[in-house]
Every structure is written in C-alpha cells, then in structure tokens.
Design a protein around this ligand. Structure first.
Ligand code: SF4
Length: 371
C-alpha cells in the first residue's frame, strides 16, 4: 500500500473543540499555498512508490473551501507526479454546507470517489454551540446531493458526549446517520484538547464533562445500532458496510508508508522514520528548498509502542507473531490480567480488545506500552 495525504489548513470559522492545524485568517493565501503543495509534491514524490498510489486523502482544515481551479491544479500535479491505481480510494473531507450541485460538478471532474462529511450531530442547538456553520438539514441534503451525483461511498463523522447531548440526542444522531444510506461512519467520543475554547470553558466551570456512565451507554448504543444496520466495526471509532472500510485510514493503523503533503502534514516511510511538516503556512509557502519539517527516527521501544497502539485500535488486534519473542513475552505478561478480566482476548494469535475492553482502551494501551 502507498498512500498520500494532502492537508488544506483553511477554515471559514473555528469550531470550539478543534485542535487540528488550520487557520481562519489566511484564505487569501490559498493559491500560493497550492503552488507550494505542488512544489513539495514534485520534490518528495519518491518518498513512496509513486508509480503505484492506492489511496489519496484530502483533509483539513476544510478542503471543500478550495475553489475549483485550485482543486483541479492539485489533481493535475498528482497526475504528473504519481500514478493512481485503477481502484484507488480518493477521499475529500467536506463541510455539509459546501456541498451543492456546482461543487459536486467540480468533484466529478476529478478522481474523487469518496466523500467524508463533517456532520458531528444532527442537533442544531448543539451544532451552533460548538461553532459549526451548518445545520442538520444541510447534512441530509448534502448526502442526498452526493448520491444524486453518483457518489455512493459516503462517510459521516459524529461526536458523542458533547456538552448538553443526552442519550435521546445520540440515539437520534446514530439512527438518522444510518438511515441516510451511507457506507461508513466515524464516531468519536469528544475529547477536551488543551488550547481549545471548549477546554477553557471546562476549566472555567462553564460546562461539565459528560458523565462516564452516559458516555459508556452511548458507546454501547453505537455498537449495537451499527451492528443491526449491517455495519462492521473495524476500529474503535470506525464502522462500515462490508468492504467499505477506509483503506486510507487503515494504512495508518497497519504501518504502511504514506506521504503527507502540506503544512502540518505527517509522513511515515513504513520502516522507522516519521516526518512532520511544521504547522506554519507562511513558512511553508516561502520555503525555497525542502519545506520546514522535523524527522523522528523511532527506536525499538518506540516501534513496539506504535505497533501496540495502532494495532490494538483495530478489531483484528495485535498479530502476536509479528512481535519479537521478547516483545511478545512482555506484551502477554501485561495483557494476562486483562485477559482474565475479559477486557482483552486472544483469537487466531491476535490480541484484541473485547467489547468491554474497548471502553477503557486508552488505559489498556498505555499499560501495554514500554516506558
Ligand atoms: S471545520 Fe474542521 S478543521 Fe475547521 S475548525 Fe471545524 S473541526 Fe476544525
């Protein structure tokens, strides 16, 4: 597998929970940013096997803000530097209120065959509170418009445990999402990230974190409802109809190489080197040589930790035969008490989280990691 991620760090407004790298003040720089992306693409294409790219993901930020001519310039550069395999999965993230017939017409001129829509919830009051610029009706219309335009591979993002969100809200969110004829659902439990407005509100006592028991019930409702709808869970927060899992995101959990382009984008060589482009649009645009970045070469312990952390998030789990004898022994010693409590289980030589274990996965994963 060879994958490309392209980061578009522009947003029209800031959602109060978000800590992704993006700016609301620099849309006038979009054209020069895309030129810089094209330069980086050509300079770094050999980071992966450029003659065989299986997945391409345009994320952000808000890539659906890109004007048609800039999106088309990105794809021209993709075609001159890389070869997408005939069955390549090509995804773009979109805000529901950016999806209309004109936008979809532009998309149809590109190889994009999958749209990931930032829904978060169908409750307009909560959407407004968290700073989203769309409403529930716009999401429903957006999904319908995508299907009318012939795009059938559609993913929605939902967030649970949002402030003010009740079990009834959550049931409605999951039911409505699944009723729209989508193929993929990503459902994350809200996390309060330092530096966000939401985190500050929590610290100031303006809002309260959702009670743990309610969060647990929300998660179990999600597991049961998606299963009844024929969706398969393939990662802690990701569900799809059979065969429709995100091949791009799976590459992050399977440790295959990917080239990350753009300010703040990350790359991995599939061996032991991670690279992070610095999150600085101006420095990115102005770079005359390679764009500013940091490289991190993982040592054996870090490689083991990454392996455990990424594989345990998947339903398949950790393939024990891929660990060295020492690492396997270490891992199983720590895992045994969890196996006895039925929070972890071993099947077909893979160590995986059970339904009960998923809920405390962060604790289990951090225990299994070497310090
Ligand atoms: S639109 Fe997406 S990237 Fe932009 S602020 Fe909101 S959540 Fe963050």
């Amino acid at each position: 597998m060879n994958s490309i991620y392209i980061h578009i760090p522009f947003c029209q407004s800031r959602c109060i929970y978000c800590d992704f790298y993006s700016t609301t003040h620099a849309q006038s720089m979009m054209a020069s940013y895309v030129q810089a992306l094209i330069r980086e693409m050509s300079r770094r294409k050999h980071y992966i096997e450029c003659s065989r790219v299986n997945t391409l993901y345009i994320g952000g930020g808000t890539p659906s803000l890109l004007p048609a001519e800039l999106l088309s310039a990105i794809f021209e550069a993709i075609h001159s530097n890389f070869t997408l395999t005939p069955d390549a999965e090509v995804t773009i993230e979109a805000n529901p209120d950016d999806i209309n017939n004109d936008w979809l017409k532009n998309i149809s001129q590109t190889p994009i065959n999958r749209i990931s829509i930032g829904t978060q919830t169908f409750d307009d009051q909560i959407l407004n509170f968290i700073g989203r610029r769309h409403n529930a009706k716009q999401t429903i219309k957006a999904v319908d418009a995508c299907k009318q335009a012939g795009i059938t591979n559609i993913s929605l993002d939902l967030i649970s445990s949002l402030p003010g969100q009740t079990m009834q809200h959550w049931q409605k969110d999951v039911d409505l999402a699944l009723s729209l004829g989508i193929t993929h659902l990503s459902a994350y439990t809200l996390s309060y990230e330092e530096g966000t407005k939401l985190y500050q509100m929590l610290i100031n006592g303006d809002i309260k974190e959702t009670d743990e028991e309610l969060s647990r019930q929300m998660y179990y409702h999600l597991l049961n409802t998606t299963e009844k709808a024929g969706f398969q869970q393939y990662e802690i927060s990701n569900f799809s109809l059979p065969g429709q899992h995100s091949r791009h995101n799976s590459c992050y959990w399977q440790g295959t190489p990917y080239l990350g382009l753009g300010a703040g984008a990350h790359s991995y060589d599939g061996i032991r080197t991670r690279r992070a482009n610095l999150p600085n649009i101006k420095a990115y645009i102005n770079a005359t040589d390679d764009v500013p970045h940091d490289n991190e070469i993982l040592n054996d312990n870090e490689l083991y930790n990454e392996f455990v952390m990424t594989r345990l998030r998947t339903t398949l789990g950790i393939p024990l035969d891929k660990l060295t004898a020492n690492d396997r022994q270490y891992c199983l010693n720590i895992a045994n008490p969890y196996i006895e409590k039925k929070l972890l289980s071993v099947k077909n030589n893979h160590l995986h989280l059970t339904k009960e274990g998923i809920f405390i996965s962060n604790d289990i994963i951090s225990d299994l990691m070497r310090s």
